[in-house]
Ligand binder design. Structure first.
Ligand SMILES: [Zn+2]
Ligand SMILES: [Zn+2]
Length: 270
């Protein structure tokens, strides 16, 4: 059982628990490490992210918690940097790079807000062609390293959030599969870490983690690295779905997952 998580949101952004509540729960669950990853500021959507002023408070509080709990748990201060955040993210222990929006004809479209709004946007901006929309999404994913310099790639197929049982498009379609493969190939070049994210399982939207199993198998076949993360927004769900995600990873051929400690990212046995 993996006893760490590095994708954690707090009340500084759209999380429901305070940073200290997260730390206390992690200690209670015998975690060895906890990493915070507040949402970076995006000027066009302030509904879920940290304001720039809050980002400084967030950094200060995590620094305090690091000291206060250092005999009990390793604490890290990271950032979930959105593709469209246009400022330099300095002073963090690590960066998770994520695509949450696609821009089309001057409109910023959130990928993960609601199935209704996404469907409307695909109809209005992509003429109802879901594969044109996913192509634009994966073009951004393929540029994640270049744009964010991320250590970890967040939920790379977030575009499937509302697509269980192929609700909107056939995710086995060659057009879709090729878009994914191109993006993954591009990211594999940098030898960073793909996260296996159980966040949408925790809120009942999906029954499996991101990314899909076939993608994980592909990443494994190319020698890529993975890490388990719960994209936690509530302290009660800190390790939600980790057991089943670990089984999926073993099934895909992975023998180890990466975690962060004082000397950097290192593999631990699954
Ligand atoms: Zn995210
Ligand atoms: Zn997140």
């Amino acid at each position: 059982m993996i006893k760490s998580n590095f994708h954690t949101h707090t009340s500084y952004c759209d999380g429901q628990s305070t940073a200290e509540e997260m730390v206390k729960e992690a200690i209670k669950e015998n975690f060895t490490a906890l990493g915070f990853s507040g949402h970076s500021y995006t000027s066009f959507d302030e509904s879920y992210a940290m304001s720039l002023a809050n980002e400084q408070k967030y950094k200060d509080e995590i620094a305090n918690l690091k000291g206060k709990y250092k005999s009990k748990i390793m604490i890290f201060c990271g950032l979930e940097l959105d593709f469209f955040s246009d400022y330099e993210a300095l002073g963090y222990d690590y960066i998770i790079g994520s695509v949450h929006y696609v821009k089309k004809d001057g409109v910023v479209v959130p990928v993960d807000l609601s199935p209704e709004s996404l469907k409307d946007n695909v109809n209005n901006l992509w003429g109802g062609d879901w594969f044109n929309f996913t192509e634009d999404y994966y073009n951004l994913v393929s540029l994640l390293q270049a744009k964010t310099k991320a250590d970890i790639y967040g939920h790379i197929d977030l575009v499937l959030k509302f697509n269980e049982a192929n609700r909107f498009f056939d995710q086995t379609d060659k057009r879709y599969v090729n878009q994914v493969l191109e993006a993954v190939d591009s990211l594999l070049e940098a030898d960073k870490i793909f996260e296996v994210n159980t966040g949408a399982m925790a809120n009942g939207l999906r029954t499996i983690p991101y990314p899909e199993k076939w993608i994980l198998k592909y990443i494994n076949s190319k020698g890529g690295k993975v890490m388990l993360s719960s994209d936690c927004h509530n302290a009660q769900k800190l390790a939600y779905g980790f057991d089943s995600a670990a089984e999926i990873l073993k099934d895909c051929g992975f023998k180890e997952v990466y975690t962060l400690n004082q000397s950097g990212f290192e593999p631990v046995k699954l």
